[in-house]
Design a protein around this ligand. Structure first.
Ligand SMILES: Nc1ncnc2c1ncn2[C@@H]1O[C@H](COP(=O)(O)OP(=O)(O)OP(=O)(O)O)[C@@H](O)[C@H]1O
Ligand SMILES: [Mg+2]
Length: 268
């Protein structure tokens, strides 16, 4: 994205965002609630049209949604409740008129990849939260997108399931070679998964604040000293923005941002 401005009516949501993401890279967008992470991701998805600047994917301008840019939402309501898991996964290939035999192979491959082979005939209402997110991911992957956009996909999951999903996503990312843009509030999650972590300033007129390379050996361990140091750095970076937001809302309680990790911490 180059010099991207996004407005909603007369509200200036994002101003001048420039970010290059390499093919196959895993990039996390991290920032305080309401800063514009989803808005930027939606611009890459093609759901939101920038008022200025441009978003390109490969060499083509993004002018709307496309199966080559799959989106995994936070809410598992994105699954079709009247279709089984297998039928949900099969939906994209079916729309593209993929022959049945080939489609079955695609279904099997991605159901296995996300660990849902044994639940293929269940319906979304019969799945746990973690299983629903796996099903959503399989449905997106079945379109073999070059870019996967994930907006807090594990935000609604319990801590244990979340950890399992992070490990699985790391593996799936390597298996597919997809480029991933991943939005999260969770600094630890960003460190576990990313090649680079991008922080944003608090809005309005949010901008890209800093870009942190994250080249620690994988699988990552948040307790190792290098991870812990990066964690502290990110916590300060985001804490500053949370404090700025609180000040703007007249809720300043003397925070300097240093002791806050995320939105939850900021209120204390
Ligand atoms: N469709 C819309 N119409 C008007 N304002 C919007 C719209 N979508 C987002 N905004 C505003 O743009 C800003 C950024 O919103 P966005 O959803 O991108 O934040 P976010 O960083 O994803 O927050 P969260 O972490 O809480 O999901 C907010 O002030 C929000 O109110
Ligand atoms: Mg959001």
């Amino acid at each position: 994205m180059r010099d991207v401005d996004i407005r909603f009516g007369d509200f200036d949501a994002v101003r001048g965002a420039t970010l290059d993401i390499a093919a196959g890279e895993f990039v996390c967008l991290l920032g305080p609630s309401g800063c514009g992470k989803s808005t930027l991701l939606n611009a890459v998805a093609g759901f939101v049209t920038p008022a200025g600047g441009e978003v390109t994917c490969g060499n083509a301008p993004v002018t709307g949604p496309d199966v080559s840019r799959g989106v995994v939402f936070q809410s598992a309501e994105a699954l079709f409740p009247w279709l089984s898991v297998r039928q949900n996964v099969s939906f994209g290939p079916r729309m593209r008129r993929m022959p049945k035999a080939q489609r079955a192979a695609v279904e099997d491959r991605y159901l296995a990849m996300v660990g849902l082979s044994h639940s293929a005939d269940k319906f979304p209402s019969q799945l746990s939260g973690g299983m629903r997110q796996r099903a959503q991911l399989a449905r997106v992957l079945a379109n073999e997108p070059s870019v996967v956009l994930m907006d807090e996909p594990f935000g609604a999951l319990d801590a244990q399931t979340r950890l399992v999903m992070q490990v699985e996503l790391d593996r799936i990312w390597r298996d597919t070679g997809a480029t991933i843009l991943f939005v999260t509030h969770d600094i630890g999650e960003a460190i576990l998964l990313s090649d680079r972590i991008v922080t944003m300033t608090a809005g309005p007129a949010a901008a890209i604040k800093n870009v942190y390379p994250c080249d620690l050996p994988r699988p990552r361990d948040l307790t190792d000293p290098a991870s812990a140091a990066l964690f502290r750095q990110l916590r300060e970076d985001i804490g500053e923005e949370v404090a700025r937001t609180l000040r703007a809302q007249g809720l300043d309680d003397g925070h300097d941002g240093r002791s806050t990790g995320d939105q939850k911490g900021a209120g204390r």
